[in-house]
Design a binder for this molecule. Structure first.
Ligand code: GTP
Ligand code: MG
Length: 237
């Protein structure tokens, strides 16, 4: 099934090619997908290491869950077409920032900023773009902290810098985004405007609740900002 989709990606781009050429393109596409799945593993590990260290050393557990995905070949083709871009792996590498996606779900809003800052300060991470939809929510109420980063991935005979889209959000923001996203696939919803308005209200309530929960947590467990105060001393070398 996956292979069929890959073939259709290839065939939409290249018409009238012989079998050898098709095999070469197919191989090229597989390599393309592997590079992104390896980059995802690198970035997931970075977050897992941060979470383990913060848990053991600071009795903090900022990350609830990490989800990740490589964009489906079908969606890569659709996005390239939508943007009027050339249909090729080179074009996808050049123009798409979200072929590799990592979503980090935190309990509290301040955890998001701390974990994001810790990641951004790592030597081998280059932050290419930040979109703070927590401070500047989308008109529909969408909130999350987005980063496009680039990380080096080391292969047998070369090193490649790979872009990864990182989305950080609270559990509640993730809950909201999942429901809102599901609406995009339901074209036959009755009274969509009403649902959009209800979702916007929920998003604002969630944002308020997230801040209240954070404040209660600080009252119970104290404020533990590690990044600003102690980050430099985290180094063990
Ligand atoms: P895309 O071309 O869609 O990738 O948008 P963009 O390049 O402007 O990036 P942006 O940072 O706005 O959004 C990237 C991703 O964030 C999307 O692919 C979704 O996963 C998520 N996202 C952004 N806006 C919304 C939204 O309104 N609702 C939901 N559920 N998710 C969103
Ligand atoms: Mg996207």
């Amino acid at each position: 099934m996956e292979q069929d989709v890959q073939k259709s990606f290839i065939q939409q781009n290249i018409v009238n090619v012989d079998d050898d050429k098709l095999k070469e393109i197919f191989q090229d596409f597989q390599e393309f997908m592997i590079i992104y799945s390896c980059a995802i593993r690198e970035v997931r590990t970075k977050f897992e290491v941060l979470n383990d260290h913060l848990t053991v050393t600071y009795k903090r557990n900022p990350i609830e869950m990490i989800k990740s995905r490589v964009k489906k070949p079908q969606s890569i083709v659709e996005k390239l077409k939508r943007k009027g871009l050339e249909l090729s792996t080179e074009s996808a590498i050049q123009n798409l920032n979200d072929v590799a996606g990592v979503r980090v779900i935190c309990s509290f809003v301040n955890d998001i900023y701390e974990v994001a800052n810790m990641l951004a300060s790592q030597d081998d991470v280059t932050v290419l773009e930040v979109k703070n939809y927590i401070e500047n929510p989308k008109p529909n109420g969408y909130r999350s902290y987005h980063m496009i980063i680039e990380v080096p991935v080391f292969f047998a005979d070369n090193k490649q810098y790979v872009k990864v889209e990182v989305q950080l959000r609270t559990i509640a923001m993730d809950f909201w985004a999942s429901l809102e996203h599901s609406m995009k696939y339901k074209k036959d919803v009755a009274e969509p405007e009403e649902i959009v308005a209800e979702l916007k209200k929920c998003a604002d309530l969630i944002a308020e609740t997230d801040l209240k929960m954070q404040s209660i947590n600080e009252q119970i467990n104290g404020s533990k900002e590690i990044f600003n105060k102690e980050f430099k001393s985290l180094s063990i070398y």
